[in-house]
Design a protein around this ligand. Structure first.
Ligand SMILES: [Fe+2]
Ligand SMILES: [Fe+2]
Length: 371
């Protein structure tokens, strides 16, 4: 009697009826032979990129921290429908000044496009190049989360009755918003090609640089700092529903950034690679210039407790923190923490009303570490 082997996907199943020969005219002689036994996978054979270990076999782990990231991400689950937006509708139409509405709308306009770009970067450019399944699995979750973030912005736009087409098109017609998106698109296009050969050292460096840009700058600085104008409104009791939505997104983004930084650090060690300081400097300078132009547009008039200068200074402060986390030189030495409330404001607090009305509590509370 033939026992079914769960580890054998190649051998065609044939009915085991004695005395009756089984004929299948589609079988080639090669298909009729049993697959050769494969050598067991060793964790040591796994690599961030260019690995040869079995991509379909989760364990043994070489990067157990990546699996931990996946478990952690699953403890921060919500949908935008769970957060009340009724007060925001009133705030937006009756309480916000024209300058505050300008800030809010343009932050939203930037974010709608950014999160789709983030999704495409991880899902199309990065994930396929990872050669360990524990890395890909967290990134699969990340792809979903970026889609969830897009849903969240769309939900805000719909709830507030904003002109959808106009908001989504704004990044195309406002150069200061387009500048950030164009920068990201350039980075994405360089590494998106499926024939981008990472055994080539120059390509590998380009990939590491691109990953650095998306994890450290795009997610770790631009997103982290980018929600701040809305948190400034939240601190004054305005747009609290939208701000809470952004707090949930930010918690995801902090994990995305932390994961990306960990991947970059491991990649550089594994590949004996270092990021070219001149290329990094250019990256930081371009990012700062784009952020400065963006801040000048969204905050062309300051709002109470927030202005363009504070926004840019805080970008520089966060950039230094991210650089230290990766282990590269601080790009803006001496930058000060001009918004000390940002880290605290960004952290999710549990006293919000919707927690009390939910049937099930979120598992996390303060369980996620920030930074
Ligand atoms: Fe996102
Ligand atoms: Fe992200």
């Amino acid at each position: 009697m033939n026992a079914f082997r769960f580890d054998d996907w190649d051998t065609p199943v044939q009915p085991a009826v004695s005395g009756i020969p089984t004929v299948n005219r589609n079988f080639s002689p090669k298909m009729e032979t049993h697959a050769a036994a494969l050598a067991p996978t060793n964790a040591a054979d796994k690599r961030i990129v260019n690995g040869k270990a079995d991509i379909n076999q989760l364990a043994p782990f070489k990067y157990p921290w990546a699996w931990e990231f996946f478990l952690k991400a699953n403890r921060n689950h919500w949908t935008p429908l769970e957060i009340g937006m009724a007060q925001d509708v009133h705030d937006y139409h009756h309480k916000l000044s024209p300058a505050e509405r300008h800030v809010f709308e343009n932050v939203l306009a930037y974010l709608t496009t950014s999160d789709i770009l983030a999704m495409r970067n991880i899902g199309l450019a990065v994930m396929e190049k990872m050669s360990a399944p524990e890395l890909q699995i967290y990134q699969a979750r990340q792809v979903y989360e970026e889609a969830l973030h897009t849903w969240t912005y769309q939900h805000c736009i719909e709830s507030l009755g904003l002109a959808q087409q106009e908001i989504y098109n704004r990044y195309r017609v406002v150069p200061e918003i387009h500048g950030k998106i164009a920068l990201a698109n350039r980075r994405l296009e360089k590494v998106l090609r499926s024939d981008f050969d990472l055994t080539d050292r120059a390509n590998l460096h380009e990939f590491a640089l691109s990953y650095f840009f998306f994890a450290v700058i795009f997610e770790g600085c631009w997103f982290y700092n980018g929600f701040t104008p809305v948190f400034a409104l939240q601190r004054r009791g305005l747009m609290k529903g939208a701000a809470e939505q952004l707090q949930y997104i930010m918690r995801d983004e902090v994990l995305h950034c932390a994961f990306g930084i960990r991947v970059i650090r491991e990649l550089l060690i594994e590949e004996n690679l270092s990021l070219d300081p001149t290329a990094l400097r250019q990256l930081w300078d371009e990012a700062e210039a784009a952020e400065t132009a963006y801040a000048g547009y969204i905050l062309r008039e300051p709002i109470l407790g927030y202005n363009a200068e504070l926004h840019v200074q805080q970008f520089r402060f966060i950039a230094n923190r991210r650089a230290r986390q990766v282990g590269v030189a601080e790009p803006f030495p001496g930058a000060e923490n001009v918004l000390p409330w940002l880290d605290e404001q960004a952290n999710l607090r549990k006293e919000k009303n919707f927690f009390e009305t939910r049937v099930t509590e979120y598992q996390t509370g303060g369980a996620l570490a920030w930074d």
